[in-house]
Design a protein around this ligand. Structure first.
Ligand SMILES: Cc1cc2nc3c(=O)[nH]c(=O)nc-3n(C[C@H](O)[C@H](O)[C@H](O)COP(=O)(O)OP(=O)(O)OC[C@H]3O[C@@H](n4cnc5c(N)ncnc54)[C@H](O)[C@@H]3O)c2cc1C
Length: 411
């Protein structure tokens, strides 16, 4: 997606007080926060792609999560609840189109009721507002075409275009005299007496400090800075279908399944987008490239790094059954539609068209655990955002505050 009317600098500066690597929503939110806190310091963002926000930031469900799912007291729970509140305020101030449309989590069998109860308990503990339990009639009242035995409605969930939000953050960085440089891939990090030397496609930048927000490449950047290789990023491709325009009326807002609590993915859902489209998905298939937009995209290095990571094999051994279901959904449109029709029975294969796909950067530990919480770490003169999966876009302003607080203590 092109970045509209932003004056991006042609080449990277030779020196900077603070360099942020990665021009996704997290790097831009962090740059904005740092530029505002330290107006006398030079802040520069280096992004490898020709545009900002091309990866996860521009390819997601666009849901402002309320904070229901996450383990109470986790960084995700805290930063999602705070971040959603701040994001709504930011969108109102900047007149970024958004809608507090609410979301319905639907249990389709009595066996899911204990998990629905657990979600409600977590949501309340996390301080989520607007939660309400529904019976089958209550579900139909809110979503006339949905079916289920019980539901949990969250009035404070919303939708927004996160690429538009990231573009607004980028504008704030420029207004605060920060520098944004695209087509500049950081390839080497060397600790020097008074800072770090970043080697990149434009040459070098000597920087006093750096903050790495590399999304799917976060582990590679951390390793280059001397960090441990644990956790490794394993990319998962999330593909979507869209409802044809004449069938969009089947879904009023957001309809989600009751997720498996041991997985960080929420399951394929119906999502109304801010532009009026209705998506079904995403799937979660192991990706052959960190910048894939299709299951056929392969990069040798990315594939090898996934396959030589011991955690990947432990994860495959543990989740092989889920993996096969996801493979089925990803390769057969009918299978994904059948799955979705358990929630909205009128949806048929003729009602859908293929839509976009995005890579989720999911950290996997050496033990094979899918790392659920956000992970921040440090190396000499640097901070790293090593795991920022969903709901990191929702939480971006709160994550930026958290990172800036850490930077203030550390740098
Ligand atoms: C399918 C899907 C659905 C999702 N749905 C939601 C949702 O509904 N709500 C929500 O809150 N979150 C959602 N998320 C998660 C959300 O999109 C991400 O958590 C968020 O975008 C992460 O932002 P980021 O800046 O860390 O990563 P990215 O947007 O991936 O940005 C990282 C940037 O770093 C750059 N970079 C990497 N290496 C280098 C280098 N060496 N030199 C220079 N630049 C580099 C990359 O090019 C990239 O632009 C979803 C994600 C996916 C994939």
């Amino acid at each position: 997606m092109p970045t509209p009317d932003l004056s991006l600098r042609g080449s990277a500066p030779p020196r900077s007080d603070l360099t942020i690597v990665g021009g996704g929503i997290i790097g831009l939110a962090v740059a904005r926060e740092m530029a505002r806190r330290f107006p006398r310091s030079s802040v520069c963002v280096l992004e490898r792609e020709p545009e900002l926000g091309r990866h996860q930031t521009g390819h997601n469900s666009g849901v402002i999560h309320a904070g229901i799912y996450y383990e109470p007291n986790s960084a995700k729970a805290r930063l999602c609840v705070d971040g959603a509140r701040e994001l709504y305020r930011y969108c109102e101030d900047r007149e970024i189109p958004h809608e507090r449309c609410g979301k319905l989590i639907v249990a389709i069998s009595p066996s899911e009721l204990p998990r629905l109860e657990e979600l409600e308990r977590r949501g309340r503990l996390n301080g989520v507002r607007g939660l309400r339990r529904l019976d089958a009639a209550g579900i139909r009242e809110l979503e006339p075409h949905a079916r289920g035995v019980a539901g949990l409605h969250c009035a404070s969930t919303g939708i927004v275009d996160f690429h538009a939000v990231a573009t607004a953050y980028a504008r704030d960085v420029l207004e605060a005299e920060g520098t944004l440089v695209t087509t500049c891939e950081v390839r080497g990090i060397e600790a020097r007496a008074r800072g770090l030397r970043l080697s990149h496609t434009h040459g070098v930048t000597d920087t006093a400090h750096a903050i790495f927000c590399g999304g799917a490449w976060a582990d590679r950047l951390a390793r280059a800075a001397g960090a441990d290789s644990d956790p490794r990023i394993v990319p998962f491709l999330g593909s979507y279908l869209r409802l044809v325009p004449q069938r969009r009326h089947l879904v009023r807002s957001l309809i989600y399944p009751v997720p498996d609590p041991s997985l960080p993915f929420l399951g394929a859902h119906f999502t109304k987008r801010i532009d009026g489209e209705v998506l079904i998905g995403p799937t979660a298939l192991l990706a052959g490239a960190r910048d894939a937009d299709h299951s056929r995209n392969l990069r040798f290095r990315d594939l090898v790094e996934t396959l030589i990571w011991p955690g990947s094999w432990r994860m495959f051994a543990h989740w092989w059954h889920t993996g096969l279901t996801e493979l089925h959904h990803a390769t057969s449109r009918s299978a994904l539609v059948r799955d979705a029709a358990r929630y909205v029975p009128e949806v048929t294969r003729q009602d859908v068209q293929p839509s976009f796909a995005g890579v989720r950067a999911q950290a996997v530990s050496r033990d094979g655990d899918l790392v659920d919480d956000f992970v921040f770490s440090t190396t000499e003169r640097a901070l790293h955002v090593r795991n920022a999966p969903s709901p990191a876009a929702t939480a971006s302003l709160a994550i930026a505050r958290e990172v800036a607080d850490r930077a203030q203590r550390l740098f």
